[in-house]
Unconditional design. Sequence first.
Length: 305
Amino acid sequence: MSAQISPVTGHYVTFSVEDPDLGGEYKVFYLENGQGRPLVCQHTAGCHNHQWRDLLEDPEITADHRVIAYDLPRHGKSDPPNDRRWWEEEYRLTADFYTKFIVALCDALELEDPIFMGSSFGGNVALQLAYRYPDRFAAVIPVEAAAYSPGFFLDWWHRPDANAAQVCASGTWDLMAPMSPDRDRWKTWFYYTQGSEAFRGDLYFYSVDHDLREHLSEIDGERCPVVMMTGTYDYLTTPEMTAETASRIRGAEFIVMEDIGHFPMSENYPVFKRYLEQALEQIESRLPAPHAGNGRTPEIHRQAA
């Protein structure tokens, strides 16, 4: 087979996030491809943007959407903060910082009316964005998300003789559907072997700091459309949990994804794509056409306040 060069490009952007606990200057890595309305993608806890590899190279999606998949700070190729003694601090991700970071990233890249999509703890933060910053996003797609996901943050410490990477990765296996291709299930497992240091801090947001049970009625799915999607093989956030969350959000919609699990975009992209296309069609039917400037690539390595 002849060599194939991917159309996906990678960049770093440097900007600041104002937050009393985790704020500072961050150098963030992101992958992108396509043109049209921005579709900003958040990976799952303890992982990185490789999970969106197939979406980034999908010519049908990228024909109408500028897909941007970033690495959260401390994940993948994104550094911890440049101007903090972060190695002396315990990393515990909070909803305040998480949402401020995403808004600051979108501002730094000059994204107009982006759609935000995240899975697992990325799906939960999509709900937080619809609650806290409804006017900054054209819509949100919370994948494998719920108003509350307790029980998955453990106050552990890593013994030097323990293989934390293997332990973190092993938990992903049963969360994937058995009919998903072995090749993609093993890739998803592999991604998690690389994120063990950040995983625990991510789960603090997922299971402790994220709790919107008393605020779902304040999210307006007409003002910021919310389309939730959950796989039938997800036992962390079951379809019933997502359906109950969506039922309490004005104007929200819920799509059940058959034969797929907690990591749909990486464990079986062709199945995930069918449901994503439904979500995007529902959203775009309710939105005005994107501004022509959305497809441009911004200047990178820029400072943003």
